[in-house]
Structure formats: structure tokens, C-alpha cells
Design a protein around this ligand. Structure first.
Ligand code: MLT
Length: 328
């Protein structure tokens, strides 16, 4: 009798009449903590945005989201780990313009394809990029900065967060516009790079606004220009690169959540829904806006919009990087 019953049950499962283990796993997702891989040092812009957004998402998902700072190779070590993680929704990544666009041209043997190996969850925030220097750097405006850097490049150090990072890529653009090649000083993130800039150990860098609002306002570093068409309400006294005389410097980065490809669609949808709710939450929005983030409107949110953004950004940065000859 028992064996007849178990054979009948097995037949039902084979015919799809019983809930499959995969369906059971997606229905009650998440049942435990989710790991969010952050590709740069704690305290930097990617880490700060990740902590703000995951704070709300974890509350709406009913499970904690644990930040794992995986460092190295301009964010590509972390992204390789994320691409290869078990696609079960328990490991996701905060990628950005560097890890999921610029890295394609900067690493000919990149171990992942940003537009193929991930299931996009959604855009989290735009992060305008500024041209910055230590506080006693002699130039007081962008025109003087350009002249000074061109005349003194042999003695200058530029800080960045590794080949493939936003800071590396956007200063590569700046340096190629200026026709200069300063000594480049890599850090594991612009959190530590900013500490070095404040201490005057490095001369200049290009960084996301999220990392520098307070420090520019307090005069701990100089902010020469922002690489977006409009000034930022978070730093209204910093001119745009167009206003300051360097319109070719257009640099807005972004942060976005990705799951490994083959993560079950219902799980990706739950994560997208939780992110969407977080982006509608008044307190979360306030925290992100105070840091100068640009919050995505409804049309820029979601999986398809992020997939399209990744493709557009690879297409935008690849020729810029190739023309700038980063390996020279
Ligand atoms: C960071 O979080 O440290 C930055 O996003 C690094 C960068 O890409 O410049």
C-alpha cells in the first residue's frame, strides 16, 4: 500500500501537480539573511548608499541584509564573486558605473560580462562626479586648475579606487581632456582615498558627490566642478564643468543592484519590489538626497531599465577609455 502511494506521489510530482522544491524556495523567500556584496571599502560612496538602501529593504523583506566589502581590482574582484555566487537570491551585489560598464574596456580578460552574467534588480541612485583637490592645492577655480595641472603634472599624484572604479575612469577622462598623465595612487575605495586627500598626501581626485558633500562644505578639500549639466542642490556653490570652462568633462556615475544570472524570476521580482518601496520611502529618499544622490523616477527603475542602462553605459565608456589609452 505504502509503495503504491509513494509511486502515485512521485508520478504527481513528475507531472508538476505537486509544489516543486524550487517553487517552495521562491514562495517563502527570503528565509534567512541576504549578503550584499559591496565592491569597495567601508565608509566610501558605494558602501554608504548600500547601507542606506539595505536598511529599508531589509525591513520590508523581513530579513537582515549583511554587507560584505569585497575589495580589489577596482571592484571587479567583488563582481566576479557575485557573478559566480549561487543564484538563489541570498547573494546580491551593489554594482556601479565602473564595475558594470567601464571595466569592460579596462579589463580585456574580465571574468564576467556585466550585461550577460547578472539579473538586473534595479537602479538605486545616480551619483554626480566632482573634480576635487587637497585644500592647499594652489588653484582656486577650474581654469586655474587646468593650467596648474598641465604645468606641474610631473610632480602630481592622482588618487583613485583602482582600475575599473568610477574615480579611475572619470579622472582618466579628465586627464585625457587635459593631455596629462600624473602619478596614479590606487586605494581600495574612495573612502580611504578621501582620507589621504584631506591629509594632503595626494593632490587631486575625481569622486562621487555622496562621498564629499560635508568635506567640501567644511573646506577640508576643494571642489572645482561637478560633471553634470546642472549644479547639485547638495553643493549649490560648486559650478558645473560647463560653467567652469571644461564642458567635455561629463561624469555622472550610478549604483545599481544585481543578482547572479539564473536567480529565479520571482526572487528577482521580490528584490525589485523591495528596492522600489525603499526608493519611495520618505526617510530613505531624504538620506540619499542630502548626500547629493539623484533618485531614479519610476521610468528609470526596474529590471529592464537597468539592463538598458548597463548596455548604454558600456557603449558610452568603451570609446572614451580606448581613446584615453589607460595602458600608456
Ligand atoms: C567607492 O565606493 O569607494 C567608490 O565607488 C569607488 C569608485 O568607484 O571610485
Amino acid at each position: 500500500m505504502g509503495s503504491i502511494l509513494s509511486r502515485a506521489l512521485a508520478a504527481l510530482v513528475a507531472l508538476g501537480f505537486a509544489a516543486s522544491p524550487a517553487a517552495a524556495q521562491t514562495d517563502d523567500y527570503p528565509r534567512r539573511a541576504i549578503t550584499l556584496i559591496v565592491p569597495f571599502a567601508a565608509g566610501g560612496p558605494t558602501d554608504v548608499i548600500s547601507r542606506i538602501i539595505s536598511d529599508y529593504m531589509s525591513r520590508s523583506l523581513g530579513q537582515s541584509i549583511v554587507i560584505e566589502n569585497t575589495l580589489g581590482a577596482g571592484g571587479t574582484t567583488a563582481s566576479t564573486r557575485a557573478a559566480r555566487a549561487t543564484p538563489d537570491g541570498y547573494t546580491i551585489e551593489m554594482g556601479h558605473m565602473g564595475t558594470h560598464a567601464a571595466s569592460v574596456a579596462l579589463y580585456p580578460n574580465l571574468a564576467y560580462k556585466p550585461d550577460v552574467d547578472f539579473a538586473p534588480i534595479g537602479l538605486v541612485a545616480g551619483t554626480p562626479v566632482l573634480i576635487l583637490a587637497k585644500k592647499d592645492f594652489p588653484p582656486n577655480d577650474l581654469k586655474a586648475f587646468v593650467t596648474y595641472v598641465k604645468g606641474n603634472v610631473a610632480t602630481l599624484n592622482m588618487a583613485h579606487a583602482g582600475v575599473g572604479s568610477v574615480s579611475f575612469t572619470t579622472c582618466l577622462l579628465l586627464n585625457s581632456i587635459l593631455g596629462v598623465k600624473p602619478t596614479s595612487v590606487p586605494f581600495n575605495g574612495t573612502g580611504p582615498a578621501l582620507t589621504a586627500l584631506i591629509a594632503g598626501q595626494v593632490d587631486y581626485m575625481c569622486d562621487q558627490i555622496v562621498n564629499v558633500v560635508q568635506q567640501v562644505q567644511a573646506g577640508q578639500i576643494k571642489g572645482y566642478a561637478i560633471g553634470t549639466p546642472e549644479r547639485s542642490p547638495a553643493l549649490p556653490n560648486v559650478p558645473t564643468s560647463r560653467e567652469a570652462g571644461l564642458p567635455e568633462f561629463q561624469a555622472q556615475a550610478w549604483n545599481a543592484l544585481f543578482a547572479p544570472k539564473d536567480t529565479p524570476q520571482p526572487i528577482v521580482d521580490k528584490l525589485t519590489g523591495a528596492l522600489d518601496k525603499a526608493l519611495d520611502d520618505e526617510q530613505t529618499r531624504k538620506r540619499l538626497l542630502e548626500l547629493g544622490s539623484v533618485l531614479p523616477g519610476k521610468a528609470e527603475r526596474g529590471q529592464q531599465a537597468l539592463a538598458a542602462l548597463v548596455r548604454r553605459e558600456i557603449d558610452r565608456w568603451t570609446p572614451i577609455i580606448k581613446a584615453a589609452n589607460p595602458t600608456d
